[in-house]
Design a protein around this ligand. Structure first.
Ligand code: HEC
Ligand code: HEC
Length: 393
């Protein structure tokens, strides 16, 4: 190729890139490191030492049955699946959950819930098993009772058979201990709800391996959105790691008024409930009373800054259903991104340097960020039938 033709080719390529204007981004060392930290996926399987049946197949099978069993509720009409529906990413598509009454908060998805360390939007539980007992007893949710759950485990042949296999002994006489064990089986089941790999994971693994040809298959819009996510948007300050959450709490300017004159104090209220609960990790039901197993709970402090903070949700498998946020106030992912673009700084009462500020994103940038968020979801595989069967059913 002669020199002039080479120069013309370069000019044409540059003009082409300018005309397209929104090409695939290039990645700096810092960006590559930040993207790598959002994987690998799925994470290595772990067991929860606070739950002696975590990972035990018979407990998973028992938990799955209980999860679908309306007899856990006071009037026999409501099960966990009434609100946490498999076909709706383990949520219900409602802005606020409806039990016997409308609740103040949205039903969170249960994908990857086993990887967390605080549970509920306000972190009122410090274990998955304690969180799983709460809706059974809450009069606004399932309005069940300790006695009837214990009676069910003792009286139903299939449940008591699975219980024996999971816990190594027949259901005993202590009703409260049986309620806790039901929570532990429910937790063992929910730990298996791991969201599928996505196109983002293929991209991330290709970048980490230095395979730029494979990485180029990830849509350019999602790549540009990711660049905002780990860069100017500062989203990964809170939506960090493989699950896209640091598991802690934050305030992103969602109003906390429940109804005129009534507020949802968020994390501040959750801390009060956590420390008062007989089922927290400092109580007798924690199967791991070691220093490490109780560390977080021993060290919680109630600070005024916790008022109006809610748990940072993971961003995998958000779906396109919505609604979003603790009170379901934003209907679509487009609304969420617009919120971060336009959030009022006056509403944020965080101390020190705020992590959230109005980003003032262009319409194109907002569309790219949405494309990236959508790339964190994929069609989940069909769940295999429980491997353990016993008893009459
Ligand atoms: C009436 C609807 C409803 C029912 C029934 C229900 N839940 Fe929930 N669930 C919710 C809502 C709402 C929250 C958020 C609670 C909060 O933040 O205070 C939640 C939170 C959770 C969480 C915490 C998730 C997280 O990310 O921290 C778990 C785990 C959970 N529920 C499991 C269960 C189990 C197990 C059952 C059955 C025993 C159940 N739920 C029944 C509505 C429901
Ligand atoms: C200060 C920490 C923080 C930062 C920074 C942050 N978020 Fe969030 N994010 C949260 C918290 C906390 C919630 C839940 C707030 C609530 O419900 O009141 C949330 C909720 C969301 C949700 C809704 C998820 C759901 O299940 O309802 C999406 C989507 C989201 N954030 C995306 C982003 C994007 C995109 C950015 C960057 C532009 C970002 N976040 C920056 C903490 C943060």
């Amino acid at each position: 190729m002669n020199r002039w033709r080479a120069i013309l080719l370069v000019v044409a390529l540059v003009l082409g890139a300018v005309a397209e204007g929104r090409a695939q981004p290039r990645w700096s060392e810092d960006e590559l490191r930040a993207i790598g930290a959002h994987g690998p996926w799925p994470p290595p399987a772990t067991v929860d030492p606070s739950n002696r049946v975590s990972g035990v197949p018979a407990a998973v099978a028992l938990g799955e049955r209980l999860f679908n069993d309306a007899r856990l509720s006071g009037d026999g009409t409501m099960s966990c699946t009434s609100c946490h529906q498999a076909a709706r990413n383990w949520s219900d598509g409602r802005a606020r959950a409806r039990g016997r009454a409308e609740l103040d908060r949205r039903t969170p998805s249960l994908w990857n819930v086993g990887q967390g360390h605080w549970f509920g939007w306000d972190g009122a539980a410090d274990s998955l098993w304690a969180q799983s007992m709460r809706p059974i007893l809450d009069p606004r949710e399932m309005a069940g009772s300790t006695r009837s759950v214990a009676g069910l485990l003792r009286g139903d042949p299939t449940l008591s058979c699975l219980y024996r296999r999971a816990f190594g002994a027949a259901p005993g006489n202590d009703d409260e201990a049986l309620l806790v064990d039901a929570g532990k089986a429910l937790a063992a089941f929910q730990e298996t709800l791991v969201s599928p790999r996505t196109s983002f994971d293929d991209f991330r693994d290709a970048l980490v391996a230095g395979d730029f040809a494979a990485a180029a298959r990830y849509p350019a819009a999602a790549q540009r959105g990711l660049k905002i996510f780990v860069g100017a948007g500062n989203c990964n300050a809170c939506h960090f790691g493989p699950r896209f959450t640091n598991g802690e709490f934050g305030d992103v300017g969602i109003p906390f008024f429940v109804r005129p004159g009534e507020v949802d104090p968020g994390r501040l209220g959750g801390l009060a409930k956590l420390t008062a609960s007989p089922f927290n990790r400092l109580g007798p039901y924690n199967d791991d009373r070691s220093a490490a197993g109780t560390l977080r709970t021993r060290h919680v402090q109630r600070l005024h800054a916790n008022f109006g903070e809610f748990r940072v949700p993971g961003l995998r498998q958000l779906g396109s259903d919505g609604p979003y946020m603790h009170n379901g106030q934003l209907a679509t992912l487009e609304d969420v991104v617009r919120h971060y673009s336009e959030v009022s700084p006056d509403r944020l009462h965080s101390d020190g340097v705020p992590l959230v500020r109005p980003l003032g994103l262009s319409a194109d940038d907002q569309a790219d960020l949405v494309a990236f968020l959508r790339s964190l979801a994929a069609e989940p595989p069909v769940r295999a039938a429980p491997a353990v069967e016993c008893g009459a059913g």
